[in-house]
Design a protein around this ligand. Structure first.
Ligand code: AMP
Ligand code: MG
Length: 320
């Protein structure tokens, strides 16, 4: 069922079942983070490998000590600056956080999401919510209630409808190694904004599939079922595939070339607007039975870096 009934959401969660929740980033598949049975249901429904830990959602930064300990000064600075908001902090976990949530790591990923419905829900319950994105493992994240329904149909008692996600891209994940801030995943909070507050953040090799710092860093992730290429030479690629049914994903300007379908992310050339529209555009393109999706590389600054990273993970390398 899709509804905005918070009483019902609390009832379902209190009985250790799952509710899809809206956040400003993407929709989450939420369960009681303190209940292993609920947490296991998340992994089962998403078909998520157990090595991939979950993000824990709390109501306010005041609750941080309940789930995390030995919190570095820089982490506190970031929490106070950006919460509620699209920033996840990876910190040493308190023992109340089970290995089921942390995938056996001694750390926990935690954030305060910025969505009025979910914040109100978090205030009404007396446990945090473990919630990864509400999509089957590896597929495109959902940015509205209908996307969630198309993935999980009758397997969810309740999808809490909070409209379209404001940001549309996952949270940025920052961890700490010996108190040094490390980027674990690019997301909807630009790295520049974080570095403005705490100085230099280390960016690790992001494509080490054998041992990803964070599973969001797997080289192929967030992928449409349709073969997708990302390129800065779109016309050349179109020519090379002129016999195919093609959909294109563009930043600002439509193409004059005739193709089956065009998606423009922001006619104003605004990266924040492009981020908000990216996954919905990919969902639409992926449902059109195309032979190929060709995405245009975005300007590689600020949020554009995040969007190019997501596109790269959604795509194969183009063979011209
Ligand atoms: P999702 O909510 O589906 O976007 O996935 C949550 C992301 O948070 C995944 O990429 C996880 O790998 C990452 N994550 C959660 N807990 C940790 C942790 N303890 N250390 C590093 N990354 C984490
Ligand atoms: Mg995910």
């Amino acid at each position: 069922m899709i509804s905005d009934n918070l009483t019902e959401a609390k009832r379902v969660l209190d009985s250790n079942n799952l509710v899809a929740i809206p956040t400003e980033t993407v929709y989450g598949l939420a369960g009681n983070a303190y209940n292993v049975e609920a947490v296991e249901k998340i992994f089962a429904l998403k078909k998520r490998p157990h090595y991939n830990p979950l993000i824990v959602h709390i109501a306010t930064a005041d609750q941080l000590n309940q789930v995390a300990k030995a919190i570095p000064e820089a982490a506190l600075t970031l929490a106070l600056e950006f919460w509620p908001g699209p920033l996840t902090l990876v910190l040493k976990k308190q023992s109340i956080i089970s290995d089921a949530v942390s995938s056996g790591k001694d750390t926990v990923a935690v954030r305060v999401p910025n969505h009025p419905l979910t914040l109100e829900l978090l205030k009404r319950i007396d446990y945090p919510l473990a919630a990864p994105s509400a999509n089957p493992f590896g597929s495109i994240s959902p940015t509205n209630a209908k996307h969630v329904r198309s993935y999980f149909e009758n397997h969810l008692e309740l999808i809490l409808d909070g409209g379209d996600c404001e940001r549309g891209i996952e949270s940025t994940i920052i961890g700490f190694e010996n108190e040094t801030p490390v980027l674990y995943r690019l997301g909807s909070l630009a790295l520049e904004q974080i570095e403005d507050k705490i100085g230099r953040v280390i960016v690790k090799n992001q494509n080490n599939d054998a041992s990803p710092a964070s599973p969001g860093m797997l080289s192929r992730h967030y992928a449409p079922a349709t073969t997708t290429y990302v390129t800065d030479e779109i016309e050349k690629l179109l020519k090379a595939h002129s016999d195919k049914k093609i959909g294109v994903l563009l930043f600002q300007h439509q193409l004059k070339t005739v193709v089956e379908h065009q998606e423009v992310l922001s006619t104003a050339g605004d990266l924040t607007e492009a981020a908000k529209n990216l996954y919905a555009a990919l969902h639409r393109l992926d449902s059109m039975k195309l032979d190929l999706i060709i995405a245009e590389k975005l300007p590689d600054t600020g949020l554009g870096k995040t969007l190019n990273d997501k596109l790269k993970r959604a795509s194969k390398s183009a063979n011209l």
